[in-house]
Write a protein that binds this ligand. Structure first.
Ligand SMILES: Cc1cc2nc3c(=O)[nH]c(=O)nc-3n(C[C@H](O)[C@H](O)[C@H](O)COP(=O)(O)O)c2cc1C
Length: 191
């Protein structure tokens, strides 16, 4: 699978088989996430693998029905990874403050992309959850005050192998040429 096939194959999975996911694969995904670029190489992230029954129960208490009726499918996923953002290095924070940017958000976003794409490469499906009870997660998983929970990523094998057709904005809605709003028109010679 080349990279373009890989990014087409990755999709959010909301229906999992109960086949377990090996810890080895989860660790491999975290190793891949750790290779993501970050401002000043600050690497302001931490990952908690959740693959044991007691821990999974605590995870579900903090993720399912936080908004009533949402994310119930999390109960099907055999494993998950809690993605944390920690304090970036002083240099990264100083660099960001010049442009009023919070680079650590981007850094963790990069890590999420690496995490989910490496899962796809290993034959797993994932779903990033952005809705969860952060206080409950912090209490249940002994997460220090200085960290924020940015996402919970479910891992498992899909009940319905994909990929689905992607629902995305048209290229000309997200791309300008040489100036904002200058339209991109596909030429017949373009690949
Ligand atoms: C930050 C973030 C938070 C998300 N939170 C949820 C969520 O709570 N529940 C859910 O079902 N999907 C969630 N998603 C998945 C998106 O709905 C999904 O990525 C988007 O619809 C595009 O579909 P695809 O991932 O299948 O390509 C989240 C994705 C991101 C990046």
């Amino acid at each position: 699978m080349n990279f373009f096939e890989l990014i087409t194959r990755r999709e959010s999975c909301r229906s999992y088989l109960d086949t377990p996911v090996s810890r080895e694969k989860l660790v491999a995904c975290v190793e891949a996430a750790g290779l993501a670029p970050s401002a000043c190489n600050s690497q302001p992230w931490h990952f908690i693998i959740v693959d044991e029954a007691d821990a999974k129960k605590k995870l579900l208490e903090a993720t399912v029905d936080v908004i009533p009726g949402m994310n119930g499918f999390a109960a099907q996923a055999p494993a998950a990874i809690i993605v944390l953002e920690g304090k970036a290095t002083l240099l990264a924070r100083m660099g960001g403050s010049i442009n009023h940017q919070h680079y650590a958000h981007m850094d963790v976003g990069n890590a999420l992309a690496y995490l989910t794409l490496s899962a796809t490469e290993l034959g797993l499906d994932t779903c990033i959850l952005g809705i969860f009870n952060e206080n409950k997660l912090k209490a249940s998983f002994d997460i220090p005050e200085s960290f924020r929970v940015r996402a919970v990523v479910l891992f498992g094998y899909p009940k319905r192998p994909g990929p689905r057709k992607k629902s995305r904005k048209a290229l000309n809605e997200i791309l300008s040429l040489n100036g904002f709003g200058q339209p991109y028109e596909k030429e017949s010679g373009d690949a």
